[in-house]
Design a protein around this ligand. Structure first.
Ligand code: AHG
Ligand code: MN
Ligand code: MN
Length: 333
């Protein structure tokens, strides 16, 4: 069970990270500084989102398309830049990888001191921005490794087990930051008055079974027979509620707290589905797995998948252990 903050008990993100690291070593201070920079970028994004409709440059498109061929929103660009700015001159992160950048972005002034790579989805669910609904940011931190060969970025093409830290920010009715570094899942809520993320839920666990299913059923006729049969089963059972917001972070946040399953299956046209491994599926799989849940592509554990390229996609079935297993039983039939 999660524990709610007692009145007057303020555990900041920085303090929590140091406690999790269990030491006051140089590495612990680096990781805690790194998390503070992620939090800073999150606060910049939350502030900008709160001005949507009041100032120019929040709503709408930039007029460009990204490496995925998707139209880039002004907030996608703002959020991408917010993270770059937060890590400039930090000595922490030498390389950033994002949905919005075809190639890794190097901060040469931080290399080789910055031993970490930040991988992120600057705004997840960006179609929600123009209608004032919840969006998120997904992040993942990996140790930078030296690999033999010509390609210095080949170390990124490793399984999700290589993640040191993963988490997300959710810009909802309040702004929350949820993270894991392999010792449970912890949630912080932004106290706007203090300008600090304060621990609100420690050691979150996802219920082993839930009653929420979250999927875009508009794609029903493009799914495999197994996936269609699973959804037919849900419909016939009764007792399930469909919830789908258009932002993966928001939908999975609900499931983290209340249980259930989120699905983005492959379709006939796109067998790998829509969601990207390095900055969507793997970080969220690390969170949900740490909370006692499960994340699968339908064939293997999401954290076992080794990408072939930075922007690879995989199908995603994630959430409560029993619900994910039920989906898999239909797919394997
Ligand atoms: P992004 O805004 O980063 O491109 O991600 C959107 C993703 C995800 O958040 C959401 O669950 C999914 O796309 C929605 O896709 P459909 O509209 O195809 O359901
Ligand atoms: Mn996304
Ligand atoms: Mn995005």
């Amino acid at each position: 069970m999660s524990s709610l903050r007692r009145q007057g008990d303020f555990t900041t993100l920085t303090r929590h990270v140091l406690t999790q690291m269990g030491s006051f070593s140089a590495e612990a201070f680096d990781i805690s500084a790194l998390m503070s920079r992620i939090a800073l970028a999150g606060k910049m994004i939350a502030r900008q989102l709160s001005r949507a409709g009041l100032v120019a440059d929040v709503l709408g498109m930039t007029g460009t398309t990204n490496v995925q061929g998707e139209e880039v929103k002004k907030m996608d660009e703002f959020a991408n830049q917010a993270f770059i700015r937060a890590f400039e001159q930090s000595g922490l992160v030498c390389r950033l990888v994002s949905e919005e950048m075809a190639k890794p972005y190097y901060l040469p002034e931080n290399c080789p001191i910055g031993r970490y790579t930040l991988i992120f989805d600057p705004i997840d669910g960006s179609s929600n921005i123009d209608v004032n609904l919840a969006v998120g940011t997904i992040f993942s931190v990996r140790q930078q490794e030296t690999v033999p060969g010509d390609d210095p970025d080949r170390d990124l093409l490793q399984a999700g087990h290589k993640q040191l830290i993963a988490g997300y920010l959710l810009y909802g009715s309040s702004t929350m930051l949820v993270y894991t570094m392999g010792k449970g899942v912890h949630a912080f809520t932004l106290d706007a008055g203090l300008g600090e993320f304060i621990l609100s839920h420690e050691n979150l666990t996802v219920p082993s079974k839930g009653s929420i299913y979250s999927v875009n059923e508009g794609n029903f006729h493009q799914w495999s027979v197994g996936m269609q049969n699973y959804i037919r089963h849900i419909h016939s059972q009764g007792g399930y509620s469909g919830r789908y917001s258009g932002a993966l972070v928001a939908d999975i946040h609900r499931i983290l707290f209340q249980g259930g399953v989120f699905l983005y299956p492959g379709t006939q046209k796109h067998p790998q589905g829509k969601l990207r491994l390095l900055y969507e599926n793997a970080p969220l799989a690390y969170i949900i797995t740490q909370a006692g849940g499960k994340a699968s592509t339908g064939k293997e554990d999401v954290l076992d998948v080794v990408p072939q390229s930075l922007h690879d996609r995989t199908p995603l079935i994630i959430g409560s252990r029993e619900d994910v297993d039920l989906v898999l039983s239909f797919l394997h039939d």
